[in-house]
Every structure is written in C-alpha cells, then in structure tokens.
Design a protein around this ligand. Structure first.
Ligand code: ZN
Length: 290
C-alpha cells in the first residue's frame, strides 16, 4: 500500500477505532494517518445530511447558530490572519474563502473587516443559509467546484482537512486559487500529540467522517510539498485565551461555567507545551504562505 500524500510505501497499521470499528493506517514517512479501507463516495456524502449540520445526527457538527459568542473567536482569528497577511505583503487583503464554510459565521465576521467573503460548502442546506447572509458560496466538494486561480488573499480550512479523501489534491487546488503572498490556515487535531496517544483506540477524533489524521509534521510536509514557501505553526491556536473564555462564559452557567473556564484556561496553557515536534495536547493551527 502506498501513501496517497507522499507516495511512500512505509505504511503500516496504526490503530483501530474502538467505538466505530474502523482501522487507521499510518505513513511513517510523512506521519499522516488515514482510514483503510476508505469508505465509498456514497457513504461519505451520506455523512453530510441536514441532520449533521443541525447537530441532530449520531455524530455531528455542532450547529454554530446555537452557540453563543463564536463571533469573539472568529473576530480574533480574522484579525490575526489580516496581520499575518500584512506582515508578508505590506498591503491589506481584500478577500477570503472559507472551505467548509457551513452557515458562514466566520465569513460574516470577515466581511465586517472589509474582506469580500467567499465560501465552499458541500451541504445545500447550509449553503442556502450562508448565501442569505451575503456570502458567495461555491456549492459542492472542494475537488469539484470551479475556483478562480491566483485570486484569493486568505483561505481557511477549520476542522475540514480530516474529512477530505485526497488532501494532497485538495490542498494543491487551494494553493492554485491563492494569490502570490496568499495565506492559508488549517486547523485540525494533531494525532501524534501525547493527549491523543494516551487514548489510543478511544481517541475522540476517530469519527466515521474523518478520513485522514494529521500530525504537525505531516501537515507541514504537505504544505511545503505543494509549494507554500513559509509554514507557521501555532499551539494550541493562533489567537489568545480571552475570546475562548468569553465563549465558554456565555454558553455555560453556575458551577459548570467555572469548571469549564478553568478547564479551558488549563488546556490553553498546556497546549503550548512542546518539545521539538512532540506536543502535549492535540490542538494546532498551521498557516502556509504562498
Ligand atoms: Zn506519506
């Protein structure tokens, strides 16, 4: 068996998801895990029903419209991305594309910063909603939609790359759609973080819709291999703790609120612990500069 990302045949069985009974293999050269065998296209498209987006299916996207205070987190994210873009380009970015934009929450905030918002969304249910918010949506799978080349200043993929069946092909397409100097943010879990290794086959990220499992090493290699000239890494995320605390504060009450605030604070601090490429926790954000 060959790795679909780097072509190496140094691919071995890694772990079996105890909850969902599927096998994860890993390429030990590029340090990316993947489901094997891969589920069929039909099986994959069935994951993204209306029930998935409204949080009513068995394993689900948490409906962003029901979460309070997400805009604090999104604003911090956009602000940081604009600063990164300006740092490399000395001019302001003019547009952004969010891949897997769902209901368009992040993009709505981006438009308040003066960025023209574009999204790619596989679900017609959430595409419809995002369009009503003034977002130009390319509806379909990233691999199938017709994207302009050399056009976007900022691209984001937040907890989406693990859902892709051919991340190399998809990330190449994003690279081509970016302008020279464009910024591409990817957020996913680091499978080789100690937090995840502790859980083994009970790892929480082993979900039926997750087809690839990245490590920081693997994601960095992937971005470099498609041509990104610089790769920045942030642990646990690229922005500070405060917006996360505000979000927690707004969504919990009583004792639960204080417990969650402490937990979020601790996670944020522990998320910074890193020796070489080995991290304690699983959160990471990787940013490529074209
Ligand atoms: Zn590989």
């Amino acid at each position: 068996m060959k790795c679909s990302i780097c072509g190496s045949d140094n691919v071995k069985f890694f772990e079996r998801s105890e909850r969902y009974n599927f096998d994860v293999y890993m390429c030990f050269d590029c340090r990316v895990g993947f489901r094997y065998p891969m589920p069929s296209k039909e099986e994959v498209s069935n994951f993204y029903s209306k029930e998935y987006y409204t949080g009513n299916s068995y394993y689900s996207y948490l409906d962003e419209r029901r979460v309070k205070g997400s805009s604090f987190v999104w604003r911090e994210r956009i602000d940081k991305l604009i600063k990164i873009y300006e740092g490399f380009n000395k001019i302001k970015p003019s547009n952004i594309i969010d891949i897997g934009c769902s209901f368009g929450g992040l993009l709505l905030e981006a438009s308040k910063f003066g960025l023209k918002p574009y999204g790619i969304e596989i679900s017609s249910y959430s595409s419809y909603y995002a369009r009503r918010r003034g977002i130009e949506v390319f509806e379909g799978h990233l691999d199938d939609v017709d994207l302009p080349k050399g056009f976007f200043d900022i691209a984001t993929m937040v907890e989406v790359i693990e859902h892709l069946d051919n991340p190399l092909k998809s990330v190449k397409k994003v690279f081509e759609s970016l302008r020279e100097g464009g910024v591409f943010l990817v957020q996913t879990a680091n499978i080789l973080g100690l937090q995840n290794r502790f859980y083994g086959g009970r790892y929480h990220y082993y979900l039926p819709g997750h087809l690839h499992y990245f490590s920081n090493v693997g994601l960095r290699k992937l971005l470099k291999s498609v041509g990104f000239r610089e790769v920045l890494e942030f642990y646990p995320v690229e922005f500070g703790l405060l917006p996360k605390l505000i979000k927690v504060y707004l969504n919990a009450s009583g004792l639960d609120r204080y417990f969650k605030l402490v937990k979020t604070g601790m996670y944020h601090v522990l998320g910074k612990v890193k020796v070489g490429d080995l991290t304690l926790m699983s959160s990471m954000v990787v940013v490529g500069i074209k």
